[in-house]
Design a protein. Structure first.
Length: 112
């Protein structure tokens, strides 16, 4: 854990090059409407290695999630059984929760 914390500090200072995309997720709370931890883990496992320049956010609700999802290259704000997809600050479409991992990864695969 200490080594991981050390890397996180170096990354934050811009002293260490990331070897994977930056995946941001919320800590979850009572507002969370999707199975966030499972979705984030599945996305993390399948993230392609050539997208390390991208910032990706997966947020648990439509109350506070869109703010963060709009700030990054691509993000999701979860609703009840669905999520809103945001790309470069724009709301793009609604995705059912069971398609979220696949569709997010498809979108990421097409991003340069
Ligand atoms: S984004 Fe929503 S679900 Fe996630 S911590 Fe914030 S308020 Fe809770």
């Amino acid at each position: 854990m200490e080594i991981k914390a050390g890397y996180d500090i170096l990354e934050a200072l811009g002293l260490h090059r990331r070897h994977e995309a930056e995946l941001i997720s919320c800590p979850t709370c009572g507002r969370c409407e999707i199975d966030l931890v499972d979705i984030v883990e599945k996305v993390r496992q399948r993230l392609p290695g050539d997208k390390k320049h991208l910032q990706i956010a997966i947020m648990g609700c439509v109350v506070n999630g869109p703010g963060e999802a709009r700030e990054v290259d691509i993000g999701i704000a979860g609703g009840k059984g669905f999520g809103f997809l945001f790309k470069k600050g724009e709301k793009v479409r609604k995705i059912p929760e069971d398609r979220m991992v696949d569709e997010l990864l498809e979108e990421i695969a097409h991003m340069t």
